[in-house]
Write a protein that binds this ligand. Structure first.
Ligand SMILES: Nc1ncnc2c1ncn2[C@@H]1O[C@H](COP(=O)(O)OP(=O)(O)O)[C@@H](O)[C@H]1O
Ligand SMILES: [Mg+2]
Length: 281
């Protein structure tokens, strides 16, 4: 696991590769056919040379700007490993990883600094990303408003509910203004009501800001609600076995509650549940 202060954002640039092909990338302008994340024939192995464990094998995934890609699959199929690859926390044993724009990460646990206030946590992230001291208070308030916690900067993190802490973690990731947000089961530890609320907020946030998102879950419901595209993974070794487009309306005007209750939603969720079952068989 990375240290807590690595949890904010990663200037991925080009991540080194095992196979020698290194992408030369920078901030990158976004145009037609642009790509934010490119994994080509990527394999990851853990363990020793004598007893290697292949966590993912020969995975190729391309994510375009503004896409909301969800990874689903059983425990141990390599979802976290793929996200860590994109974040630059792992290196592939084979294949190429290219991340063309700045990535920010949100984990399952918020991992805030308990000795800092909410504003202190965000200020620390802003400082790390070069925001001048004079601009930090205003930017902190903007971030808090964005995640539904206006005026909460003075609170201690331990005074917050789990859902509020996770909102702060999302705000912290957004502090670096990432164009690509990587989220590893960020709502798994939350109660159902808080989870639904945050799902809606992230869905809207992504649509409004145009942020590219790669999101891990093992909930078919969550995958269909959030994803514009869902990749189904299988274990032993981890690989992508199926891809599902989710042609549901997105954007701030969408009635998400109505969407959840629609026949179209139910049918997509059933398709995904079937694909996931087949992948696990
Ligand atoms: N640091 C590690 N050392 C050894 N094996 C690991 C490590 N991290 C993950 N693995 C193994 O790699 C596989 C994929 O793990 P992971 O990416 O965490 O899956 P998921 O997130 O889908 O549950 C699993 O078999 C897991 O046991
Ligand atoms: Mg995982």
């Amino acid at each position: 696991m990375p240290p807590a202060d690595a949890a904010g954002a990663v200037d991925s640039g080009a991540v080194g590769t095992g196979a020698g092909d290194v992408g030369a990338v920078g901030a990158g302008t976004v145009g037609a056919g642009a790509v934010d994340v490119e994994l080509v024939g990527v394999s990851v192995r853990y363990g020793s040379a004598k007893a290697p464990v292949t966590a993912v094998e020969d995975v190729s995934v391309t994510v375009a700007p503004g896409e909301f890609v969800v990874l689903v699959g059983p425990s141990g199929c390599g979802k976290t490993t793929l996200l860590r690859l994109v974040a630059g926390f792992e290196r592939p044993a084979a294949g190429t990883v290219r991340v063309h724009r700045k990535a920010g990460v949100v984990f399952q646990q918020p991992r805030l600094f308990p000795w800092r206030t909410v504003a202190g946590n965000l200020g620390f992230a802003l400082a790390r990303h070069g925001v001048p001291r004079a601009a930090r208070a205003a930017r902190t308030e903007e971030l808090l408003a964005l995640v539904g916690l206006p005026g909460m900067g003075g609170r201690r993190t331990w005074e917050l509910s789990g859902g509020q802490q996770q909102r702060v973690a999302i705000a912290r990731a957004l502090a670096a203004e990432p164009q690509v947000l990587l989220m590893d089961e960020p709502f798994a530890a939350l109660d159902a009501l808080t989870r639904e609320r945050l799902q809606e907020e992230v869905r809207t946030l992504a649509a409004v800001t145009g942020t590219t998102v790669v999101f891990v879950t093992h909930s078919a419901e969550e995958a269909v609600l959030l994803g514009s595209r869902v990749l189904v993974m299988a274990a032993g070794p981890g690989r992508v076995v199926e891809e599902l487009a989710v042609p549901l309306p997105r954007g701030p005007g969408v009635d998400v509650a109505a969407l959840r209750g629609s026949a179209r939603f139910a049918s997509l969720r059933a398709d995904l549940a079937r694909a996931t079952r087949e992948a696990a068989a």
